[in-house]
Design a protein around this ligand. Structure first.
Ligand code: ZN
Length: 499
């Protein structure tokens, strides 16, 4: 190992420590910490993030990267560090022009905005949140102009979230989904809906936690290298591959949302735990692209978790924990978990209407960043689009624009990732059946871990270093397309609803 490379490794290890510390503080902030602790924790998080940012963008870093990319040095590094150094160089070039003070101020604004948003949502008080939303979008535009003055800001944000998926392609895919699914959902929701009352009642939270852990282990999440806590909104935080932290949010009156939330987070967690060990401690230890990440969580949640065969070997567990389910047949449970409804809330929606919740947010973001609408236009546009795609509109902002945390956290360009993830899932579904045979059969025999193993080998191991779109296209031997997803919806829900 050359002198310069070993010096650099020490330097990078320090950056990584700051990032991991910031991650742990953020985890505390959103799980166990008291309300009063939050201001101090925000300060701490921003301090460590700032420190990592400073070290990644200063001249010293530039100097290291320049030297390591020279022929001799480059050739002598292991492959994972060749890829890592290239990635760090790209980020360095983009981020070095962001003024440090601006960056620190921005990360504080965002942390504060998340707090303001929570209260605004609780009190249905959009006005208190609007100035923050305005500030965050202005700051993000400014940030993009430092990073890539040659690039359209929203395109840059899209590429941060899913490199390779260009706006034209996303537009085309989403238009196809709208064209096929708006009339399909209309037909379904005109049908008789099942009686849903028997699924509500009182469900012990501790037993729900027990069920969550059971499900995580069943799908292949390793609890020896992970923990489960509670938070307002379920999320996953991969500190390292041996320290993957998941949360769930429980509901005393109904177990269905918590069940699917934990299967979803479990999918993220399995991805985090199974990146190749050689990437440990490098910038490639985790997948930073959300389309590919969401494709994994949503594959477990929807394609597997909402399949009746997933439950055949384990439905007994629900009955065992919750006597209320004693007289609910598996077929009834299956209908309930695939109940298609024109609802207002994204995270409560079924997998079909979910598409529209995403498209609405994507279209609003796009127009906002193009300067075609103002922040104050969002609520009205939200209502119009909900009406157009789903035929309903929210009576208040808490059930409209205030429902999600993403924008308060500066996560613009993130929403499309969920639907891109599902689009990938339609393709993966076909690919897995080609290689492993019927998914229904694998699930009904209780062999879900065979699917997890396939995903480990084909997606998780190298997925942290690959360009996501290329990975999917190579694996599935076709261009990214919504057709397999639409086909899957029409077959499954056609049978369920007789349309
Ligand atoms: Zn997710």
């Amino acid at each position: 190992m050359s002198q310069i490379f070993s010096e650099f490794l020490e330097y990078y290890k320090e950056i990584k420590r700051y990032e991991e510390t910031a991650g742990i503080i953020s985890w505390e902030l959103h799980t166990e910490a008291s309300q009063k602790a939050s201001d101090n924790l925000i300060e701490l998080q921003s301090f460590y993030e700032g420190r990592a940012f400073e070290m990644s963008t200063c001249d010293k870093m530039g100097d290291y990267l320049y030297k390591l990319l020279s022929d001799d040095e480059y050739e002598s590094m292991p492959r994972e560090w060749q890829l890592s150094v290239k990635k760090l160089k790209r980020e360095y070039e983009e981020n070095k022009n962001i003024p440090l003070e601006f960056y620190k101020e921005y990360s504080k604004t965002v942390a504060k905005a998340e707090d303001v948003w929570q209260n605004a949502k609780r009190n249905n008080d959009l006005d208190s949140f609007m100035p923050y939303l305005e500030k965050i979008t202005d700051n993000l535009k400014e940030m993009c102009s430092y990073r890539r003055p040659d690039k359209n800001p929203y395109d840059l944000l899209l590429s941060d979230n899913e490199k390779g998926m260009e706006r034209e392609q996303i537009d085309k895919i989403f238009e196809e989904i709208k064209k096929e699914l708006i009339p399909f959902v209309k037909k379904i929701t005109e049908k008789n809906q099942p009686d849903r009352r028997k699924f509500t009642g009182h469900f012990d939270i501790n037993k729900q936690k027990e069920l969550s852990v059971f499900l995580l282990e069943y799908i292949g999440f390793n609890m020896d290298a992970g923990i489960l806590a509670e938070s307002e909104h379920p999320f996953t935080s991969g500190i390292t591959r041996d320290d993957v932290r998941l949360t769930n949010h429980y509901d005393e009156t109904n177990i269905i949302n918590p069940i699917f939330s934990i299967i979803h987070e479990g999918g993220h967690g399995i991805f985090e735990q199974n990146s190749d060990a050689k990437y440990f401690g490098t910038p490639l230890s985790s997948c930073s692209y959300m389309g590919l990440h969401e494709s994994q969580s949503r594959f477990y949640e929807n394609i597997l978790g909402r399949n009746i065969n997933f439950w055949k070997p384990i439905y007994y567990k629900i009955k065992e924990l919750f006597p209320q389910y004693e007289n609910i047949k598996l077929e009834e449970f299956y209908r309930e978990i695939n109940h298609v409804e024109r609802g207002l809330i994204r995270i409560d929606s079924d997998e079909v209407t979910y598409c529209f919740h995403i498209i609405i947010r994507y279209e609003i973001e796009r127009e906002l960043f193009e300067g075609n609408i103002r922040i104050s236009d969002i609520p009205k546009l939200w209502r119009e689009k909900m009406n157009e795609y789903l035929g309903i509109e929210p009576s208040d902002d808490a059930k409209g624009v205030l429902q999600d945390s993403h924008w308060s956290g500066g996560a613009f360009g993130y929403f499309p990732s969920y639907l891109i993830g599902s689009v990938y899932d339609g393709m993966l579904y076909e690919r897995i059946e080609e290689e492993l045979g019927s998914i229904d059969k694998i699930l009904s025999e209780g062999n879900i871990k065979d699917i997890t193993r396939w995903l480990n080998e084909n997606i998780h191991r190298e997925g942290t270093s690959a360009q996501p779109k290329e990975l999917i296209e190579t694996l599935c031997k076709r261009e990214v397309s919504a057709k397999p997803l639409i086909k899957y919806f029409k077959k499954k829900y056609g049978e369920l609803y007789g349309v």
